[in-house]
Design a protein. Structure first.
Length: 359
């Protein structure tokens, strides 16, 4: 991983993130953590945030594959979208003496005390997909979630020629992801497509809630012509509602409702090819797993990073003092690979998309 990195020994002063990477000190690295396998491989903890979506199940599939490639052994837990369980799982990891922890906290405010506990143990943390509202971690591995909202806006705005009504099925506004996608979508619409009315619906990342609210909106506003789902959690329910109302028709049918999602799971790519979904933003489940573990290994090896471009088509940004985020590439995906509102897209059958490469 060539990411403008340097060993701790070669740095005159540590970045603020070094609290969690144990920068400085004679022994270097996370010296208080002794977990290794019989063969000497470092042991790290990985908490899976949930296993009820295709996206996170894909992440779960990729994680042990990349751990093996990187020479890491992993202990895993599943917090099931519950911050209390995540806290308990982190306690378990600490008791096991792991040398680093990867997690994807869905409540990005409530995780702060757990991060403090891990910091006190000098256990480096990498957060995946989400970023803590407060507190420091060694690295955040995430895509630019504001870009998700902007890309969805540009696609729908172009397809609707700047006029009409759309429903935004939001995630959870307790999550930085839900806030980023919502704010960016709304800001883009107000700036570029003021003739489009947006109905924002909070769903707590719950597919049943999303389907019920979409149904209600379509009854009250039968002229709705677009749906932005902030994640594939809403895919099945959205398509079912559209089908029930006779709106799940080909894109060239005047009744067609344009649907944009976020994730890039195989089912979305298939639905784009079939004309049921019009676009998605491919959130890189494979790269989340790869670089979460890559950065944990870097922390164990005593490396640190600075803002700037990487060698894997991403950019490290400083979110705030002491917090760096590697923003991985997340392309817009469409049926034709066209450009929408200045945003280039990939075709749904593009072999570079992780959703087309699952075994």
């Amino acid at each position: 991983m060539k990411l403008r990195s340097a060993t701790v020994a070669g740095i005159g002063s540590c970045l603020a993130i070094s609290l969690l990477s144990a920068c400085g000190g004679g022994s270097g690295g996370a010296s208080g953590n002794t977990a290794t396998t019989g063969g000497g491989s470092p042991v790290v903890g990985v908490d899976y945030p949930r296993s009820d979506t295709d996206f996170w199940n894909s992440y779960i599939k990729y994680t042990p594959e990349y751990a093996k490639q990187l020479g890491l052994d992993i202990k895993t837990t599943n917090s099931q979208n519950d911050v209390a369980k995540l806290t308990a799982n982190a306690q378990t990891f600490m008791s096991q003496g792991v040398k680093g922890v990867a997690m994807a906290p869905q409540d990005t405010a409530a995780i702060a005390p757990t991060l403090q506990q891990l910091a006190a143990k000098k256990i480096p943390v990498v957060t995946v997909d989400t970023r803590p509202d407060t507190g420091d971690v060694y690295m955040v591995v995430r895509a630019d979630n504001r870009a998700y909202g902007e890309k969805a806006c540009q696609f729908l705005g172009t397809k609707l020629s700047g006029k009409g009504k759309v429903v935004m099925l939001q995630g959870d506004l307790a999550s930085v992801n839900g806030r980023d996608r919502t704010e960016a979508f709304n800001d883009c619409m107000k700036k570029n497509y003021p003739g489009i009315k947006v109905f924002g619906e909070a769903t707590n990342w719950d597919g049943a809630i999303a389907a019920q609210k979409l149904q209600t909106d379509l009854i009250a506003n039968p002229d709705i012509k677009g749906v932005y789902m902030q994640s594939s959690f809403a895919l099945a329910g959205t398509l079912q509602v559209l089908q029930q109302r006779g709106l799940l028709v080909k894109p060239d049918d005047p009744k067609h409702v344009y649907v944009v999602s976020n994730d890039g799971i195989p089912e979305e790519l298939k639905a784009i090819a079939e004309g049921k979904v019009d676009a998605t933003v491919s959130q890189p489940a494979d790269l989340y797993a790869k670089y979460a573990l890559d950065y944990l290994k870097a922390a164990i090896d005593g490396k640190t990073f600075q803002p700037g471009p990487t060698d894997h088509d991403s950019t490290i940004i400083q979110v705030r003092p002491g917090l760096l985020e590697d923003q991985l590439s997340a392309p817009l995906v469409t049926s034709d690979g066209g450009t929408y509102g200045g945003v280039k897209s990939l075709k749904s059958d593009d072999k570079s998309l992780w959703g087309n490469n699952l075994g």
